[in-house]
Design a protein around this ligand. Structure first.
Ligand code: HEM
Length: 416
């Protein structure tokens, strides 16, 4: 056992890396959730039948006839959702402690790959119950793919295998969900772990004296054990109390109202209500992804110091930017919804310009004004400025997602 542990951990670790607020154990929790997903996913495969005629009934059978069938389905569902949330929080923790730079930059990129894999695992799993929720959520999401410039329509047809979701779509999603993506995830998680060790463990803030080294067992192992027990208790309790959603069997002739994408795409769906589809589905998400991937390659003046939010100035500017992002996003949504529709006032102008370039330029103008008249007074370093931009993007994304999930009702009207 001790030898197995030493494959994962070094024999000794710096005492300061043991502090809970260094990592919050988020990477380890994500890894445990991946293991739970594998085990419960294999158990579900014994009963699930991937065909439109039988998929739904196989879930009903699992729920009603199989001992602990509902419970196992619940664990698989809730730990999938939790994995996405925890991987996202881990991504934020890595960024805000500056651990995305220098020796850790390749691991940041592999981490981004992991985040995409986790999103696509959730997405491909969403369709499998073949109920109304799944059918229509995946229909809107694949329609969003259809908006991508040039390749959109052919990519959508390739994924869906026709005009509407059909047996081929279910088979494709099933194969990706149970065969392709899990193995990519497993491989990438192991590689990610190895890169953490190659980087000498997690980034810790420098102190004047050399960090004291302590044996990994029991110091780290005991803490990990506690985190594992607490996380298992939370997942089991939640799964015992709340069932994974299941509506009536999919009916292609009767669409849901509102038809919402899965919750993690609610932000993109909300963007679609305000921007031309090419901007909402491609230009903005691709721009943000490029920014994340490009971040570690920026030339900063000093190496990362491992402190949360870099400095006191960094913390203050991040807080102000978060408030600014909330106000601008909410104001933009309300303004566009109730007061000004650029497409209507700029009649005759192509929608790509009136509903794409114009609102994006206005948004960039607001950001430039915020920088010029407020943020500049902090005299931020390059990394503090990159952090402020990151905060803006993240907070705006979270606000859009919350609006999309909780404040869009019938016909996607805004309201409570
Ligand atoms: C399935 C998803 C993931 C798993 C299982 C995972 C696992 C881990 C673990 C166990 C660590 C050690 C420290 C810690 O617990 O925080 C770690 C560190 C790290 N992760 Fe992840 N991770 C995942 C996703 C991500 C994502 C989405 C990113 C960012 C894009 C990322 C970037 C990093 C980096 C750069 C480190 C080194 C941090 C440091 O040295 O302080 N990981 N990861």
């Amino acid at each position: 056992m001790r030898n197995i542990l030493l494959h994962i951990h070094p024999a000794k670790v710096p005492e300061t890396s043991l502090r809970f607020d260094r990592t919050f154990g988020l990477g380890g929790m994500a890894a445990l959730l991946v293991v739970i997903q594998f085990i419960t996913g294999i158990l579900l495969r014994f009963y699930y039948i991937p065909s439109p005629a039988e998929a739904y009934d196989s879930i009903i059978f699992l729920k009603n006839q199989v001992l602990f069938g509902q419970f196992i389905r619940n664990i698989h569902y809730w730990s999938g959702v939790l994995l996405l949330v925890i991987a996202f929080l881990h991504f934020l923790r890595v960024f805000f402690t500056g651990a995305y730079r220098e020796i850790r930059k390749s691991n940041w990129l592999y981490g981004l790959g992991l985040l995409f894999l986790v999103v696509f695992l959730n997405f491909t799993g969403y369709l499998l119950p073949w109920d109304q929720l799944a059918y229509w959520a995946i229909t809107v999401s694949t329609n969003i793919i259809g908006y991508l410039p040039l390749i959109g329509e052919s990519l959508r047809t390739m994924i869906v295998g026709g005009k509407e979701l059909n047996a081929g779509t279910l088979q494709t999603f099933y194969t990706f969900h149970t065969a392709v993506l899990p193995f990519l995830l497993l491989f990438l998680v192991l590689y990610h772990f190895w890169r953490v060790r190659k980087a000498g463990g997690v980034l810790i803030p420098e102190t004047r004296e050399e960090a004291r080294m302590v044996p990994v067992n029991p110091n780290l192992v005991f803490r990990e054990f506690i985190v594992v027990l607490v996380l298992l208790a939370v997942v089991f309790l939640f799964s015992a109390l709340f069932n994974a959603p299941l509506l009536e069997k999919a009916n292609p002739a009767y669409s849901m109202n509102p038809t919402k994408a899965p919750w993690y795409f609610a932000g993109v769906q909300e963007l679609l209500m305000h921007f031309h589809p090419v901007f909402a589905s491609f230009i903005i998400p691709a721009g943000v992804t490029v920014f994340f991937a490009w971040l570690p390659f920026l030339k900063f003046n000093a190496p990362p110091n491992g402190l949360w939010f870099i400095s006191e100035k960094g913390k203050q500017s991040a807080k102000s930017t978060a408030v600014f992002a909330i106000l601008v996003t909410l104001a933009g949504i309300l303004f566009n919804e109730y007061i000004l529709n650029f497409e209507m006032i700029l009649t005759g102008v192509p929608s790509f310009i009136s509903n794409g370039i114009v609102p994006l330029l206005i948004l960039l103008l607001f950001m430039a004004g915020y920088y010029r008249f407020y943020l500049k007074k902090f005299t931020l370093s390059k990394e503090e400025l990159a952090q402020a931009i990151f905060v803006f993007l993240m907070v705006a994304f979270i606000v859009l997602t919350i609006i999309g999930i909780f404040f869009r009702g019938k016909d996607m009207e805004l309201g409570l």
